[in-house]
Write a protein that binds this ligand. Structure first.
Ligand code: SF4
Length: 334
């Protein structure tokens, strides 16, 4: 994943109407949002805290975010800031990644229940057992794990990867046989773009896995000329329909820089909403699904997290150190 985008300037509340969600962003709700944004902004100063927000968050969360981006880009931002508290508006493995990168900072997640079907599809013990079993046949086998994994899984991983550098990491790692974990769809995308032997873990993101190619074909029929940008966590038959395959940050760059005026964004819906707000001169259509975990984070919970200091993310130091090594190896190889 690429580095996140620095949030600049206010997004007008009137723009929330452009999101086309009647009954959600009513005038009354927009007034509440305005008050909560002011409250959170004051609390951030008082508590010496910053707010990092993932691309899939609710649009109103972007209003209080100091940085918006993908999980690794945000974790890198957290290292550089002088504030000693990070409020991470995203899911739990992302807040853990911020903690791994900044072990001496306090990292808080507004709702500790915000998990991830992909991260939960693998645990460290099962992964080590599978690796040891496979090494009897492939002695050089190494584990490459997508960053959408827990700290414990990162700690037993040889090299981490993101959706944008997965192929490059696999190409550059010093082994021919790779256990790719945990996303079977990203594994299949990587396998299609390398000559190395990829053995996929059997996990997926429930959000991307349920998107079907028919939805894309229908959208092309109704809107001829649109460009289709697909996230590599989607199934291979969905990726086959794409004009461009990109990570969330890559999608934003592509949509901003490409000459086309209309795009179909095939990933979690929050990214289309961010693009609708940030690139108002282009059209964005959705072939997306909502992530129930991402949407657990609200402005109210973000305010409460700043007031109470709950829920702090704790990663044991030895796991932090081993997990950071697998991330640093990724930087070396990509
Ligand atoms: S969109 Fe998928 S990968 Fe991302 S947090 Fe939700 S379940 Fe996990």
């Amino acid at each position: 994943m690429d580095a996140g985008t620095e949030k600049g300037g206010d997004i007008l509340f009137e723009q929330f109407q452009a999101l086309g969600q009647p009954g959600v962003y009513t005038e009354e709700r927009c007034d509440e949002i305005r008050d909560l944004v002011a409250e959170i902004t004051a609390l951030k100063r008082e508590k010496n805290a910053i707010v990092l927000a993932h691309n899939y968050q609710r649009p109103e969360i972007f209003e209080v975010a100091d940085f918006v981006g993908d999980s690794l880009g945000l974790a890198k931002r957290g290292v550089d800031v002088t504030e000693d508290t990070i409020v991470f508006c995203g899911v739990h493995f992302m807040a853990e990644t911020a903690k791994i990168m900044s072990p001496d900072k306090r990292v808080i997640i507004p709702d500790a229940r915000a998990g991830c079907s992909l991260a939960e599809s693998v645990d460290a013990d099962a992964l080590v057992a599978r690796r040891d079993e496979l090494r009897r046949t492939y002695p050089d086998l190494k584990i490459v794990s997508y960053v959408n994994t827990t700290a414990e899984v990162k700690a037993v991983t040889d090299v981490c990867c993101t959706s944008s550098n997965a192929v490059q990491v696999v190409e550059n790692i010093d082994s021919q046989n790779i256990l790719f974990c945990p996303d079977e769809n990203l594994a299949s995308y990587v396998a299609a773009n390398t000559k190395k032997h990829i053995i996929a873990w059997n996990g997926n993101c429930y959000v991307h896995h349920q998107i079907r190619p028919e939805e894309i074909r229908r959208a092309r029929e109704v809107n001829p000329g649109i460009k289709v940008i697909v996230h590599p966590e989607c199934r291979a038959d969905v990726i086959a329909e794409a004009d461009e395959v990109a990570s969330t940050s890559g999608m934003i760059e592509f949509a901003k820089n490409d000459a086309a005026g209309a795009f179909l964004i095939v990933t979690e819906c929050g990214l289309s909403e961010r693009l609708l707000l940030e690139v108002p001169d282009k059209k964005f259509y959705k072939a997306c699904q909502l992530c129930k975990y991402m949407k657990m984070i609200t402005l109210e919970r973000t305010r409460d997290a700043l007031v109470t200091g709950r829920d702090e993310v704790d990663v044991p130091r030895d796991i932090c150190d081993n997990a950071r090594l697998s991330i640093e190896r990724m930087f070396e190889l990509s």
